[in-house]
Write a protein that binds this ligand. Structure first.
Ligand SMILES: [Fe+2]
Ligand SMILES: [Fe+2]
Length: 442
């Protein structure tokens, strides 16, 4: 691949505060939200000013979920920030995604949730004409995918599979044919090509293979299509997770998927990506810096993490709060148990031996720890750690259930080893980091 260097910022989920983010309904909503809403403007401004200071690269790429939930006013304010960065000498390329249009945009005023005007999908490419769409070499009208010449000898295939005309996260045959033509054209013109897509192509962690909407539909087919056509690198978002994954097609071709965190929520990172003259790809992760808000004495990272932890538990307890009659009664018991128990209590109930330090840990703490470590990348709970041993024994205790559900989970003849998937989800065994990594490209 030919040399190129750029910043990758994703899932900015920008919200225009004038719309309203206050009151009881907002507080209730925010207790289950991973990323910040009111602070998004300050986070973006701080990040863009850091990027503007770097004279080594003049390219910034943002693969979707630009706004909180498609509010037209959020788009207008976000676009102003893009123009301000452009004035400082940066070329910016965006694609839009599911949170950038539609009729489900909302804000919070006077203790209630209110509907606000959402952006029209058909108008998005016009609104963002100065950020990739306007000077695209090719534009696919139905999906808003496009091709950009981002520097001499390097093209970017911007794949949008969040259009209003097709199922979210899907690439149909027509779309694939269009993409194939663009890749072929780039080769004929002597250009290297990488791709971006809002949806991860490769599941970010093994267990996401079993969870819908966490990656493109028919991901093995799409990953093989890209790899076999000579696209070795794709940059993605959507899952708000730090992950880097490799996939090899049956023909032995590789695709590397660099999926990056949400900018406005834990783990709150963005990346600088370079490919040098020897085709060495270098991925570096950067923390969102102090964005000037009152963090109650916490570091910025701790402040982000605290909200994420609150959101994980908020989501679990909210889900358990639903139901009627006896089901509700059982769920309430479950909530009470999770809130009060330690890992030691649970291990005694299941006749499992766990590390003595882990015994004292509250169950809620272990749940949020594991949840956060999955999304932060470089998951630390590998074999030999007390957390790995506890989860391993827990899974063994329930192996009779796991063996029953495994055959139902495998699709298209793919055999599932759920235990292995879960253990590789809490401990990174890939041999390279999800944060900072180097690969020799073709
Ligand atoms: Fe997102
Ligand atoms: Fe998304």
């Amino acid at each position: 691949m030919k040399p190129v260097s750029f910043y990758l910022v994703t899932d900015t989920h920008y919200f225009e505060n004038e719309l309203g983010a206050e009151g009881k309904a907002f507080e209730e909503y925010f207790s289950r939200e991973q990323y910040f809403m009111k602070e998004s403007s300050d986070i973006l401004k701080t990040t863009f000013s850091r990027i503007a200071e770097d004279k080594e690269t003049d390219i910034v790429i943002i693969p979707g979920d630009l706004t909180k939930n498609g509010e037209l006013e959020s788009h207008k304010s976000f676009i102003k920030e893009l123009y301000a960065l452009k004035e400082k000498g940066k070329k910016i390329y965006v694609i839009t995604a599911g949170h950038d249009y539609g009729d489900d945009s909302f804000a919070f005023k006077n203790d209630v949730r209110i509907s606000v005007e959402g952006a029209d999908f058909k108008k998005l490419h016009e609104m963002y004409k100065d950020f990739g769409y306007g000077d695209a070499l090719a534009f696919d009208e139905p999906t808003h995918s496009y091709v950009a010449q981002i520097c001499d000898g390097v093209r970017m295939l911007a794949i949008c599979c969040d259009s209003e005309n097709q199922p979210k996260g899907a690439m149909d045959e027509r779309h694939l044919l269009w993409a194939e033509e663009q890749i072929k054209k780039a080769k004929e013109d002597g250009c290297s090509m990488f791709a971006i897509c809002h949806y991860p192509i490769i599941p970010s962690v093994p267990v996401f293979d079993l969870v819908g909407d966490t990656k493109v539909k028919e991901w093995r087919k799409i990953a093989s299509f890209l790899a076999d056509n000579g696209v070795e690198l794709i940059l993605t978002g959507h899952m708000h997770i730090q992950s880097i994954n490799e996939f090899y097609s049956e023909k032995g071709n590789r695709l590397i998927d660099v999926c990056t965190s949400c900018l406005t929520g834990s783990p709150a990172k963005y990346r600088k990506i370079t490919v040098d003259e020897n085709s060495v790809l270098k991925v570096t992760s950067i923390d969102v810096e102090d964005f000037g808000c009152d963090t109650n004495g916490l570091s910025v990272q701790e402040y982000f993490d605290k909200q994420f932890e609150r959101a994980i538990l908020g989501k679990i307890f909210h889900a358990l709060g639903k139901g009627k009659g006896f089901v509700k009664f059982l769920k309430n018991l479950g909530v009470k148990f999770i809130k009060s128990a330690t890992v030691g209590t649970l291990s005694r109930l299941l006749f499992i031996k766990v590390d003595k330090n882990l015994k004292k840990k509250k169950l809620t703490e272990l749940i949020s720890d594991i949840g956060m470590c999955i999304f932060a990348g470089d998951q630390p709970y590998v074999e030999g750690t007390p957390e790995y041993e506890a989860v391993y024994k827990f899974l063994k205790r329930f192996s009779f259930v796991i063996k029953k559900i495994e055959p139902k989970l495998g699709k298209n003849g793919v055999k599932i080893n759920l235990e292995e998937m879960l253990l590789n989800t809490i401990g990174n065994n890939k041999g390279f980091s999800d944060a900072n990594a180097e690969f020799k490209l073709k």
